[in-house]
Design a protein around this ligand. Structure first.
Ligand code: 3PY
Ligand code: MG
Length: 251
């Protein structure tokens, strides 16, 4: 019988924490938009506004927390995230701690209380453990070395590979690590471990061909750049072209 795989989930990072941008990204049709509280400038109020705007525009709002603050996982979910990405989950104990924060009892110890039933329906508390995703970032070689145990943790719904931090943790350069055999093997091992436990395997990508390669390898979800990358990239090349055409000055 022909095998049908779900279409790959396509996500983008939102670095500018403005609801107007959330609205436009939501209307573009991305499956996931991820607010970044690890490296971006979203705060509690802006994340709340942006996530509910995304949801209203038909896109699943996700939030990336900072490193090693499990209470931020519950906070992100209470603000309205329908998925949380937790960076640098490097061992099983850390995975257990974030799973406890992300899931209501009996699976975890997330505490009840929020305005979420108004946004997501009266059954929010009963259904949240299934409806919200906990994705742990596998982005350190220590995590890869125990990825089978990490992915087995109940409440962890999937992995999200951070290829660049992973490369740095392996002593590789920040760019140009893609062809390194040990880096490739670490990613393949993480993908296999996630699927062996029936969990989602997601990965950040850095170019169209990188995205194609990850999708072909069987990743369930990929993210490709942020709206800030597109804005800065398009603005810079437009200005260079205009300079060249109007004052004949190649950049
Ligand atoms: C990484 O590449 O380290 C990331 O976290 C990408 O999101
Ligand atoms: Mg990272």
């Amino acid at each position: 019988m022909e095998q049908h795989r779900n279409p790959v989930i396509l996500g983008i990072w939102q670095q500018f924490p403005l609801p107007m941008i959330s609205r436009l990204l939501g209307l573009q049709g991305w499956d996931w938009v991820i607010l970044d509280m690890q490296h971006g400038s979203a705060n509690i109020e802006t994340a709340y506004e942006c996530m509910h705007t995304l949801h209203a525009a038909g896109t699943r709002p996700l939030l990336r927390t900072s490193v090693d603050v499990p209470s931020e996982v519950q906070r992100a979910l209470d603000l309205g995230a329908l998925g949380v990405i937790v960076p640098m989950v490097n061992d099983v104990d850390q995975a257990r701690a974030v799973a406890r924060a992300a899931k209501y009892p009996p699976l975890g110890c997330r505490s009840v209380g929020s305005d979420l039933p108004w946004h997501y329906g009266k059954d929010y508390y009963e259904t949240a453990n299934q409806r919200t995703l906990l994705l742990v970032q596998i982005e350190h070689i220590d995590a890869v070395n125990q990825v089978e145990q990490i992915m087995a943790v109940p409440g962890v719904d999937g992995c999200f590979i951070g290829p660049t931090d992973l490369a740095l943790s392996m002593g590789l350069p920040r760019t140009g690590y893609e062809d390194d055999e040990s880096h490739r093997a670490a990613i393949a091992r993480t993908l296999a471990a996630s699927h062996a436990h029936g969990k989602l395997a997601c990965c950040n990508t850095y170019s169209m061909s990188d995205a194609e390669t990850r999708a072909a390898a069987g990743f369930d979800g990929i993210t490709f750049m942020s709206e800030a990358d597109f804005f800065v990239g398009a603005g810079t090349s437009l200005l260079a072209k205009l300079r060249e055409r109007t004052i004949g000055e190649a950049s």
